[in-house]
Design a protein around this ligand. Structure first.
Ligand code: NAD
Length: 500
C-alpha cells in the first residue's frame, strides 16, 4: 500500500486546505489496451497502389521498444525502388490526380479521414507498439489529429482560390517527403494531406523504426479507392531518404527530422530549383513569470516535456522560471514528477512509455551524464523501470546555466533543464539564446506581457498559459536552425502550391 501523508496547506485566502501527498505511487492493476493491431509479419513497399517486394530483396526488423521483441519485417527500398515510386507518381499526376477538380479530390480526403476514424483503435495500438508512446496519447492525440488533418484539408481542396487571394494556385507536381519517428502517423498527415489537397502526388519515406502504421495507412488509401500512384510509400533508412530527396522528378521536397540531416539535404540540393521545406529540431523555452497560475503552469511544464517521452521537436525542454517563485515551482514539479507512471506503453494508465530506440536511449543517457558532470543538480523519481525495453525516468536538472550542454543541445527525451531569470528582458534574452527557434511557452497573468513576449521570442509558435496545443488550422514551423516553411493552415498549403 502507498503511504498517504495528510498535509495541511494554507490557501491564498488563508483557509486551510487538506492535501494528500502520495509517498509512493498507487499500484493499479494492469490495464492493457486490447484492440487487435492487425499486424503482418512482413510489409512490402507501397508503389502504384499495390504492395510490391523491394528490388533489393532486403528487409529489416521493426521492434517493439517496450520489450525489444520483433514486430515485423520491413522492406528496404533501394534507388530503383524509389525511381519506380516516382514513375508511378508521375503517371498518376499526368493521368488522374493532377487533372482532377478539387471538389473530387476532397471526397477522397474525406473518405481517408473517415476510414481512419473507423479503424482508430487498431491504428492507436499499432502506433504504440511500434513507437513506444503511451496508448492514451496515440488513442487521444495522434490518431484523432491525423484524421483531423485529412478532414481539414478535404475542406480546402474545393476552395483553393482562397489560399492566395487575387492569385491562382496550381500544384507543383511530384513531392518527395521524409518523416521522423516521433509522430509517425501525424507527420504523415502533415505532409500528405496538404500535398493531395493541392493536387500533388507523393513519394514518402517513414522513419526506419516506425514504418508500420505508414504501411497500414496504405490499406486505407486502397480502401478509399485513391487512384494508384497518387501516394507511394518507400521504406528504409538514411540512404533511402537521401534517394527520395535527390530524385530529379521531385518538384519539392519536405523533410522533418534532425537539424544535422536537414543541413545535409540542403547542401546536397543547393543550386537546384527544387522547392524545399525543413522542419527540424528545437530547444524551446517554457517561461514562468511570478504572477502565473503556478499549479496550471506545472501541469503545462509536465505536459510540455514529458508528453511522448520528450520525443517532441517543440518540447519545452528549458524551463525559465522567475527567481522569486523558482523554489515553489521546483518543489511542485518534483512532487508531480514523483507520481508519473513510467512503464508499458500499451497500459492505459501509463504516462511515460518507452524510448523509441536503443540509440535514442543512449543519446539521452549521454546528455544526462554530461549535465551531472558539468555540475547541474539532477532529480529523478524513485520509480522502478521494466527490465526489458528502453526506458528513462523523467528527469529534472536545476542549477543549469546556458553553458551546459543540456541547456543548448536537443535531448529529445524526458529531461527538463531549469534556469532562472529576474526581469522580462532577461527572460527574452535567455529564451532566444539558442540556435533553434521552433516554439516557446509563456505563463503569466498579464495579457500585455503575453503580447510583448510573443513578438520578442524568436519562435514559430508561442503558447500562452498552455503548451503543446495543436490544430490543423494553425501553421507550425521554425526560425533559425529549426528550419523554414510551415505545415498546417493556409500557409502550409501555400508551400505545396505554385502561384500562377
Ligand atoms: P533524423 O534526421 O535522424 O531522421 C529523420 C528521417 O530522415 C528518418 O526517416 C531518417 O531515415 C531520414 N534520414 C536520415 N538520414 C537521411 C539523409 N541523409 N537524407 C534523407 N533522409 C535521411 O531525425 P529523427 O531522429 O528521426 O527525428 C528526430 C528529429 O526530428 C529531432 O531533431 C526533432 O526535433 C525533429 N523533428 C522536428 C519536427 C518539426 O516539425 N520541426 C517534428 C518532429 C521531429
Amino acid at each position: 500500500m502507498p503511504t498517504l501523508i495528510s498535509d495541511q496547506r494554507i490557501s491564498r485566502r488563508g483557509r486551510a486546505t487538506p492535501e494528500l501527498i502520495f509517498g509512493d505511487l498507487w499500484e493499479f492493476d494492469p490495464a492493457p489496451e486490447t484492440a487487435d493491431p492487425r499486424l503482418q509479419s512482413r510489409y512490402d513497399l507501397f508503389i502504384d497502389g499495390k504492395f510490391v517486394a523491394p528490388k533489393t530483396g532486403r528487409y529489416f526488423d521493426s521492434i517493439n521498444p517496450a520489450n525489444e521483441q520483433k514486430l515485423a519485417e520491413i522492406a528496404l527500398a533501394g534507388d530503383s525502388d524509389v525511381a519506380a515510386a516516382y514513375r508511378a507518381a508521375q503517371r498518376a499526376f499526368e493521368t488522374t490526380w493532377g487533372r482532377m477538380p478539387g471538389r473530387e479530390r476532397a471526397k477522397y480526403l474525406y473518405r481517408i479521414a473517415r476510414l481512419l476514424q473507423d479503424r482508430a483503435r487498431e491504428f492507436a495500438v499499432a502506433e504504440t507498439l511500434d513507437g513506444g508512446k503511451p496508448i492514451k496519447e496515440s488513442r487521444d492525440f495522434d490518431v484523432p489529429m491525423t484524421a483531423a488533418h485529412f478532414f481539414y484539408h478535404a475542406g480546402w481542396a474545393d476552395k483553393l482560390e482562397y489560399v492566395a487571394p487575387g492569385r491562382r494556385v496550381a500544384p507543383l507536381g511530384l513531392v518527395g517527403q521524409v518523416i521522423p519517428w516521433n509522430f509517425p502517423l501525424l507527420m504523415l498527415a502533415w505532409k500528405v494531406a496538404p500535398a493531395l489537397a493541392m493536387g500533388n502526388c507523393v513519394v514518402l519515406k517513414p522513419a526506419e523504426t516506425t514504418s508500420i502504421t505508414c504501411l497500414k495507412f496504405a490499406t486505407i488509401l486502397q480502401d478509399a479507392g485513391l487512384p494508384p500512384g497518387v501516394v507511394n510509400f518507400v521504406t528504409g533508412a538514411g540512404e533511402t531518404g537521401a534517394a527520395v530527396m535527390a530524385h530529379p522528378l521531385a518538384a519539392k521536397v519536405a523533410f522533418t527530422g534532425s537539424t544535422e540531416v536537414g543541413k545535409a539535404i540542403m547542401r546536397s540540393l543547393a543550386g537546384t530549383e527544387r522547392k524545399m521545406t525543413l522542419e527540424l529540431g528545437g530547444k524551446a523555452a517554457n517561461i514562468v513569470f511570478d504572477d502565473a497560475p503556478l499549479d496550471q503552469a506545472v501541469e503545462g511544464i509536465v505536459n510540455g516535456i514529458f508528453f511522448n517521452q520528450g520525443h517532441v521537436c517543440c518540447a519545452g525542454s528549458r524551463l525559465l522560471v522567475q527567481e522569486s517563485v523558482a523554489d515553489r515551482v521546483l518543489a511542485k514539479l518534483k512532487r508531480r514528477i514523483q507520481v508519473l507512471r513510467v512503464g508499458d506503453p500499451i497500459d492505459k494508465n501509463t504516462d511515460i512509455g518507452a524510448i523509441n530506440s536503443r540509440a535514442q536511449l543512449r543519446k539521452i543517457q549521454q546528455l544526462v551524464a554530461s549535465g551531472v558532470k558539468e555540475g547541474a543538480e539532477l532529480y529523478q523519481p524513485s520509480c522502478s523501470l521494466p527490465t526489458k525495453g528502453f526506458y528513462f525516468r523523467p528527469t529534472l536538472f536545476s542549477g543549469v546555466t546556458m553553458s551546459h550542454r543540456i541547456a543548448r543541445e536537443e535531448i529529445f527525451g524526458p529531461v527538463l533543464s531549469v534556469l532562472t531569470f529576474r526581469t522580462v528582458d532577461e527572460a527574452i534574452e535567455r529564451a532566444n539564446n539558442t540556435a533553434y527557434g521552433l516554439s516557446a511557452g509563456v505563463w503569466t497573468d498579464k495579457g500585455s506581457r503575453i503580447l510583448k513576449m510573443s513578438t520578442a521570442l524568436k519562435a514559430g509558435v508561442v503558447w500562452a498559459n498552455t503548451y503543446n496545443k495543436f490544430d490543423p488550422t494553425s501553421p507550425f514551423g521554425g526560425y533559425k536552425e529549426s528550419g523554414f516553411g510551415r505545415e498546417g493552415g493556409r500557409q502550409g498549403l501555400l508551400d505545396y502550391a505554385r502561384l500562377v
